[in-house]
Design a protein around this ligand. Sequence first.
Ligand code: SAJ
Length: 431
Amino acid sequence: MSHNPAVNRFTTEPIICAVMGLGYVGLPLCVTIAEAGLDVIGFDIDETVIRSLRSGRSNTVDITDARLTSALESRLTVSSNGDDLSRADAVFICVPSPLGSHREPDLSFIRSAAQILTSVAKPGLLVSLESTTYPGTTSDVLVPVLTSDGLTLDTDLFVAFSPERVSPASEVQLKEIPKVVGGVTETSSIVAAAVYRRFIDSVHVVSSAENAEFTKLLENTFRAVNIALMNELAQFADRIGVDVWEAIDAAATKPFGFTAFYPGPGVGGHCIPLDPQYLAWRAREVGSSLTFIDAAERVNGSMPEYVARRAVDILNEQSKSLRGAKILAVGIAYKPDVADDRESASIEVLRILHRGGAEVHVVDPHISDERIRMHGFTPAGEHTDGYDLAIILTDHSGIEYGKLANSAKAVFDTRNVYGRLGLDVSGINVL
Ligand code: SAJ
């Protein structure tokens, strides 16, 4: 037992949780909390989100309708009424934290969530921010709003940062992913860790909210920079006639000191392209420069153009110009087996080819035909033959890649699907 009554309360007594923002981070968190036997209020300002969830329709690939319905029948209620948050003992803020038009952090969603919460917060509240942001946000932006209406840190308010580690379409369940937690005070760290331990298997406490914010950006910048390295080496390997995929697989046989990353048409999603920019922005604020982040953004950002250029070369090898070429593109989602095309590099590649006069048809089992048309492309439908080029941009599972190889005069495999699946198909061009 702790000496701090608040810690004991959060550790052993029944508590009511609330999650603000019911997207790909917030909804899995709600369901995980409910499945741990805690009452949880899922709050979102968007009434259509609430209506859809109440009807049992999940809005994220990680939560099935069945799991959502089961949570709604037990501990989860969803609401767009901010007053309902007044019942909460612990609130997790999982709202968007996009970048503005000048690549600066846009904290408007975090601020408005904090203002909604402050107007109804009850004393003794724990607030944990999970939205990715630059180091200093929790202490310098969130705490002043939360304490603006009389609540006092460590007396009747505890505040922490804990990065979301949702990995869309991953088999790993949220409760199994270790949770980094850092409080704005030591007591806040202890309280926040106690609450997370009620529904997360492993909690790793760091010394401050800033450190927790920094940890998130460090782990995703690590990813972005290593992907960029593979993208640069892939271009060089192609120039000197080396199979970079074979070299990566060979390097991965080393049981230490190596983590495999792979080249591709670019980096999409709302984590990896954006998270490093929070660090870069903060560095500029203090007059530092983070050369690897800038270089990684340049290399990853150049991949769509590089892939398009390689596609034109492949067409030229069959004396076919880009203008008038029929191209079948597989996958516009940003990564395999997700229904999300935000920041997808595939779309940038296809826009370049389309602008060059190619007729682009798209196969993507996870993206609707109307969304494909919205991007200016044509859903391929059933007719996937007679193409000049088939280009694999996102390696969704469940696609008959062997059959696909016969649908076009040439295939450009930017994800090494044929190599990875061991499909013995001749004449496949790889990135
Ligand atoms: N990509 C490559 N080569 C790679 C890995 C990824 O080109 O070796 C591309 C993907 O095609 C995609 C983009 O990078 O376009 C991002 O891919 P991702 O696998 O990092 O997927 P995300 O954006 O869903 O990343 C999330 C992150 N999770 C969190 O931020 C909580 C990331 O830290 C996880 O490592 C990743 O999921 C995961 O492992 O699935």
